[in-house]
Each structure stands twice: as C-alpha cells, then as structure tokens.
Design a protein around this ligand. Structure first.
Ligand SMILES: [Zn+2]
Length: 445
C-alpha cells in the first residue's frame, strides 16, 4: 500500500487527516496517475518534471484535461524518477538497491545523507524520492523530514552534496475570543480552531490557570496567534501574539517579547517568564494524592510518620520526567523506595522519584538530563499501596516541601525592555478585549 501511490498523494498528509481529506485524495488519485504520465511524457520531450518542492506545494493540482498520451518507450537516456519507502527491517542501502540504484552510487549518496540525518533512527515507511540514471547511478535523492522540510542530496560521479531545504508556509495571524463550554479542547473546536491549540494554551497558561480544575463554563479565552498552512491546508500554530483568559476561578495572560534575533519569550502580564527553571510536576495529568506533611498516619505501617514528599496518583506506566536540568546520581532499587531515581540540580537541590515500575534509557548514574527528560515510569515497587509516584525534594541534604522547587519563578523581563513590554501588554490587551465572543449561541455543552 505504501508503494502504490505517488509521493504527493501519500506522504504529506497530517496523521489526523479526516475522512473528507481522504475522500478528496481518493477522488484525485485517478487524475494524479494521468498527471504523472503527463509529467513523464513532457520530461521526455525536454520539459523539466516538477520538482519535489513544486509537487509538495501543490499536492493535488493536476492538469484538468490532459491530452491523450502516446506510450513512451522505457529507453529514455534521461534519469528516471523513482519513489519508494523503507520497509520494515530494511536498511537505506537495501532500499536503494531494491529501487534499482547501483551499489557504489548508493553508498556515496547515503554517506552524504548521513551527515544531516541520523541513519540509525530511520523507520519503516520513510519516504525516498530518487532520480536514477540508466546505468543505476543516483543523480539526486530527496529525503522528506517533515511536511515542510526535506534533505536533498545532489551529485554525480561520487561527489554528492546534501542540503536541508524548507518549504515556505503561509503564515496568517488569527484573533478570536472563545467562550468555554465543556473542556478547552471542545470549546476551541466549537470556535473553529484546531484542537492542537489547547496544548499550546494549557502550556503557556500553566502557571496561572489549571485547566483541569479552574476552568468554568462561561469563561472566555481571547487569543491572537499565527497559523501556518501549506496550500490552504492547516499545518500548525506558530508564534503567539497574546493570550488572555478571563475566568470565574482563575485569570491569566501571556504576552511575547521578541529578541533582536526573532526569538520569542513569553511572559505573564506582570513580566514574569512563563517558562520556569523547573517543571510544575514530574508527570502530566495526575492528581496529588498525598502532599508533603509532617507527621501523618501511614497507610501501611499504621503509625504516625512524616511524609516529606508528594505522592502523585497515576496509572502504572505513566511517564515520569526530570523536573529540571541535572545529573543522575542514583538509579536502582532501594528498599522501601522500590525503583528510585535521584537527580542532582544546580544550587544544592536534589529530586527523588520513587516506586517506579521501570527506568527510562537515560536514567543511569552519571548521565546528564535536561528538564523534561523521560527518566522512568510510574509503578508500585517497594513499600507502596498502589501505583503512584513518590516525589521528594532535598535542599543541601534536607527534605523540603517540593513546592519550594517546583514554584521557583521564571525570569523577569529585562529592565531595559520593561517599557517596550508594557506597550505590548497594553496594545494586545486592548485588541483582544475588543473581540466579539464566539461560541455563545447554542444550548448544548
Ligand atoms: Zn509518598
């Protein structure tokens, strides 16, 4: 199935593409076959075949009524275009051999490709587009990376050069105010936005609004954000120009400040960066089942003990992340802790992750980890009544309330840019507050 369609009909659709897109692609399939023949014919006649870039940029555009074509003999001295994909268990050079490339030529092209692509991580289904000379030598190899990026390897006689290329997307800023009814996901969808925006919004507002407990029906999210598309098809959200959440329980806002190099940093209205040095929790979407405390009744030992940690109830196998940059100082089984990871961070901080079912690859003593590196999975090893993460924080060797670390604030807007930031906040807030609210009509929630 992966081999029977031309590249521009199978490789570059979003995985969540719905039935409608599938139907459109299906209905143009016949036309596309004719289109490929048309392209082959005219290439034979000396007209260049469309480049990959052109084909990706116009994925379904084919001539409306092509002329009936004479059959071309296969004896053309020109290079032929070959499209294929890696099959399971196959190396890239095996794939190239299968696609008719001479082995010496394949080696040169793949060596050069390996300069820009980690050849060890290739997966079955990876697309390859080749231009192959009649003697089996590669003239060019195109290796799609994402929907909008690819590596092109060009050359002849062994002298290959690889280059990463990006396909320009269309960028458009949209602004809207959306009323919350049901979850943020549902609300944004009802307001005509892609659900992917919910992830962007929850991440950026995480320090101000907890969407699992603080959002209420009738709250309003106001947003101005860049949307990227390719040939009219939505790809992803880009830079955020501003977010304001007006809630009954919680309020929040996010504004960007752009550096000279064009990098955006996001701040709340008070000028504190939304990105903090430590994660707010070592796992996502979990519930604090037991907070840090001094003496409490222990559920197994039935005696009063202190609990100088936080317990996060979560299903077995839930990913556990390093809360900050640091170094693994312990990873192994340790008595009542069960499988335990201990990280050391700058400033005399240590974090403990206990009762893990098992460890992630990078969780080995001596290894460096970054904030949000996967270190293990929730389990119930050691002295534990059920799957949960026991998370403890020590400062200079003494356990402290994890909140001390997890709520460490982000950086402030640099003093030199405070006035410029104030202007951004005022201007964007005024714009967002003026937007009419979407999603107010209708009675379903
Ligand atoms: Zn605990």
């Amino acid at each position: 199935m992966a081999f029977d369609k031309p590249l521009y009909l199978r490789g570059f659709q979003p995985t969540r593409s719905g039935g409608r897109l599938g139907a459109v692609l299906g209905s143009v399939f016949v036309l596309a076959i004719v289109g490929v023949n048309w392209a082959v014919f005219f290439r034979g006649a000396g007209v260049a075949a469309p480049t990959l870039e052109q084909r990706l940029a116009k994925p379904v555009e084919v001539p409306a009524e092509p002329e009936p074509l004479p059959q071309q003999p296969e004896a053309s001295p020109e290079a032929r275009m070959v499209e294929g994909a890696l099959v399971r268990g196959e190396t890239a050079s095996q794939a190239l051999a299968r696609l008719g490339v001479a082995s010496g030529s394949a080696h040169g092209a793949l060596t050069e490709l390996g300069r820009l692509v980690d050849m060890k991580t290739l997966k079955a289904g990876q697309k390859l587009v080749l231009s192959v000379m009649p003697d089996g030598k590669v003239r060019s190899l195109t290796f799609p990376l994402t929907e909008t990026a690819y590596v092109e390897v060009n050359g002849a006689d062994g002298g290959f050069v690889a280059e990463r290329k990006e396909i320009a997307t269309d960028k458009q800023t949209v602004s809207f105010a959306c009323v919350i009814r049901g979850s943020l996901f549902e609300s944004l969808q009802r307001c005509g936005e892609d659900q992917g925006l919910a992830i962007v919004v929850t991440d950026l507002l995480a320090g101000q609004v907890d969407f699992f407990s603080d959002s209420r029906r009738g709250d309003v999210l106001r947003a101005s954000i860049e949307k990227e598309s390719l040939s009219g098809r939505f790809l992803r959200y880009g830079k955020v120009k501003g977010l304001v959440y007006e809630g009954r329980v919680a309020n929040g806002s996010v504004f960007p400040l752009e550096s000279a190099a064009g990098e955006q940093t996001y701040y709340d209205a008070s000028g504190e960066a939304v990105e903090r040095p430590f994660l707010r929790a070592p796992l996502r979407y979990s519930r604090l089942s037991s907070d840090y405390s001094l003496p409490r009744l222990h559920p197994i030992l039935h005696k009063f003990t202190a609990h100088r940690a936080q317990d996060y109830a979560a299903p077995k196998g839930t990913p556990v992340y390093a809360v900050g940059d640091g170094k693994v100082v312990f990873a192994g089984a340790k008595g009542a802790n069960g499988n335990l990871v201990v990280l050391e961070h700058q400033g005399g901080w240590q974090t403990y992750y206990a009762h893990l079912s098992h460890f992630a690859k990078g969780a080995k003593a001596g290894e460096r980890v970054s904030k949000k590196t996967l270190i293990g999975f929730v389990g119930s090893t050691g002295r534990s009544t059920g799957p949960h993460l026991h998370f403890a924080v020590a400062k200079d060797g003494a356990f402290v309330h994890p909140r001390k670390l997890l709520s460490m604030p982000g950086q402030r807007v640099p003093a030199a840019e405070a006035a410029a930031f104030r202007d951004v906040v005022d201007r964007v807030t005024t714009e967002l507050k003026a937007l009419p609210v979407r999603g107010l009509d209708g009675t379903r929630s």
